[in-house]
Design a binder for this molecule. Structure first.
Ligand code: GUN
Length: 290
């Protein structure tokens, strides 16, 4: 079987057009949807993500408040700037780009964000609401994955889903979201402690790779006809390119696409969806609907 390639870029483009329309309506009523983006340090991948987010906001007519701090910023100074943004009625969402410099405690910083402005969905209150199935901000990447699966009308109820990777940002929330009644998949969450990994992945009707290792999922780990979602964004050295690197997913795309029924490419799969879902969350924060 040759897989259908899931076009995340196209789905995200449609969502971004809708976001522009919602933004225009809010502006007519005098609200300018605004996201504050905090970046500490100059990690090249983080810089590139932040630029991508700010560009998408601008294209939808939304505002971004760009807060760039040196890598040496103290935890206290970072917490102070979050406090100011929490109290600023013109700021609807606050995003702190991760990872933070090593001397800063990430959990302290995330917990300092007002949950009403937590458009990343990383605050313990947001995570709690998600687990309990209550309204709240959903984390953008897992939400984007679910949106793509729904958009392609891929049936999930009763299927076996295997999630590789238990990060707070992707694997853990995705495993939770897939197991909820609205989706109804049976979920196995695999991680570095999993024995017989290939035996688990071979059982997967839906296989989601979020491990951060280029080409980790090879064709011999994939069941014929499986749906394969690649969340990996790995920079791999490639002297033949302009930047000296190229992006590689967690999945060995070519051979796996021969076996899968659906597959997401990297780039152009899940990545654009993360940004599209962020815009939705900012709009919800600005509309006061979460
Ligand atoms: N670092 C990697 N992914 C993300 C994300 O979705 N949000 C933030 N804030 N940082 C990240």
């Amino acid at each position: 079987m040759a897989a259908i390639i899931i076009d995340g870029k196209a789905v995200a483009a449609k969502l971004r057009l809708q976001a522009a329309e919602r933004t225009a309506k809010l502006k007519e009523r005098g609200t300018r949807p605004t996201l504050a983006v905090i970046l500490a340090g100059e990690d090249p991948a983080s810089l590139s993500y932040v630029r991508g987010k700010e560009k998408a906001l601008a294209e939808a007519g939304m505002e971004s408040r760009d807060i760039r701090l040196p890598a040496s910023v103290s935890e206290g100074a970072l917490l102070d700037s979050i406090d100011r943004l929490n109290g600023d009625p013109l700021v609807h969402g606050i995003l702190v780009q991760l990872p933070l410099p090593a001397h800063i405690r990430e959990d302290r910083v995330i917990a300092a964000i007002d949950p009403a402005k937590d458009v990343d969905g990383f605050h313990p209150v947001s995570v709690g609401n998600m687990v309990l199935g209550r309204p709240g901000f959903l984390p953008c990447t897992p939400h984007g994955v679910l949106f793509l699966l729904r958009e392609y009308k891929i049936p999930l109820a009763g299927t076996r889903a295997v999630v590789l990777g238990r990060s707070n940002i992707v694997g853990t929330p995705l495993a939770n979201m897939l197991s909820r009644r609205e989706v109804n998949a049976t979920v196995t969450l695999c991680h570095t402690g999993t024995r017989d990994l290939a035996a688990r992945t071979m059982e997967a009707d839906l296989l989601i790779a979020a491990v951060g290792k280029p080409r980790f999922v090879t064709a011999d780990m994939v069941k014929e006809g499986a749906v394969v979602i690649d969340v990996g964004v790995n920079r791999v050295e490639d002297p033949s390119t302009k930047n000296g690197y190229r992006l590689s997913g967690d999945v060995d795309f070519g051979p796996v696409a021969e076996k899968a029924s659906y597959i997401t490419p990297v780039p152009g799969g899940v990545g654009p969806m993360t940004i599209a879902m962020l815009l939705q969350n900012v709009l919800e924060a600005a509309e006061g609907s979460v």
